[in-house]
Design a protein around this ligand. Structure first.
Ligand code: HEM
Length: 223
């Protein structure tokens, strides 16, 4: 995931294959979502189309943002990876999620629909709340030398909780997308079963497995 020579020695045998697996499957998930939206007269649906479009894009960014950090071990590759990670997560992924959620809430407000009445909505609320915590934990432990969490080693130690939490949050986000994509009334009435099965069941499972295959368990030790 980097042009740096040192990065070669950071990769294990199946890492590259897993990275391609994760990227391709998440690309399929994003493309299927955009395909369903754009083939169903999006301009007739008020603010709603922005929701699946931006949320799928946000998840695509998170996938790349995690992949880009996974094999980094040396100070130089770590710093470059962290920069790519922050840019992708903070400046693209997170704003996509925030605006996508805002869009569906405006739509619901305009139509007078109730909130969090489906598993998708409830999982969405939990995962977005978790995401906000994830950003605070990650940013707080590195910005200004981790000043928000006491600085130095004290703050650095929190980074591993951010890492572990991210590996729980990623499947949670994809489970939310699965619930919205495979079960919501709008998607089931505007797409073919095989299309949503591939986009919202197969692709998310492959993305999660591929991303997990690249995890360095040594970095997840807490004792
Ligand atoms: C991780 C990604 C996603 C998150 C966090 C998320 C979150 C949410 C939230 C919070 C709501 C509004 C709940 C409410 O106020 O009641 C909602 C509604 C909705 N979302 Fe998503 N969403 C995601 C992805 C998707 C995708 C990919 C699709 C479709 C392909 C989708 C389709 C819908 C639909 C149809 C609704 C309205 C019906 C309902 O509330 O269940 N969402 N989503």
């Amino acid at each position: 995931m980097s042009s740096d020579n040192a990065n070669k020695s950071e990769e294990r045998r199946m890492d590259r294959l897993a990275a391609y697996g994760a990227l391709i499957s998440i690309l399929i998930f994003v493309c299927i979502t955009w395909f369903i939206v754009f083939t169903n007269n999006p301009t007739s649906m008020g603010w709603f189309p922005i929701h699946p479009l931006l949320l799928s894009l946000g998840i695509g960014c998170f996938t790349y943002g995690i992949l880009t950090l996974q094999p980094t071990a040396y100070p130089k590759t770590k710093a470059a990876g962290l920069q790519r990670h922050q840019r992708t997560m903070l400046f693209v992924g997170f704003p996509c999620v925030a605006l996508g959620i805002l869009a569906v809430e405006i739509q619901k407000f305009n139509l007078g629909h109730g909130h969090f009445a489906t598993w998708h909505g409830i999982f969405g609320l939990v995962s977005v709340g978790w995401l906000v915590g994830q950003v605070i934990l990650g940013g707080g432990s590195v910005w200004y030398g981790g000043a928000a969490f006491g600085g130095g080693m004290k703050a650095k130690k929190l980074w591993k909780y951010h890492r572990l939490s991210g590996y729980v949050l990623f499947p949670l986000l994809l489970t939310t997308a699965h619930l919205g994509g495979a079960w919501s009334v709008w998607v089931t009435s505007h797409s073919q079963p095989v299309v949503r099965f591939v986009g919202y069941t197969v692709a998310p499972i492959v993305a999660i497995l591929a991303l997990y295959a690249r995890v360095r368990t040594s970095k997840l030790k807490f004792f």
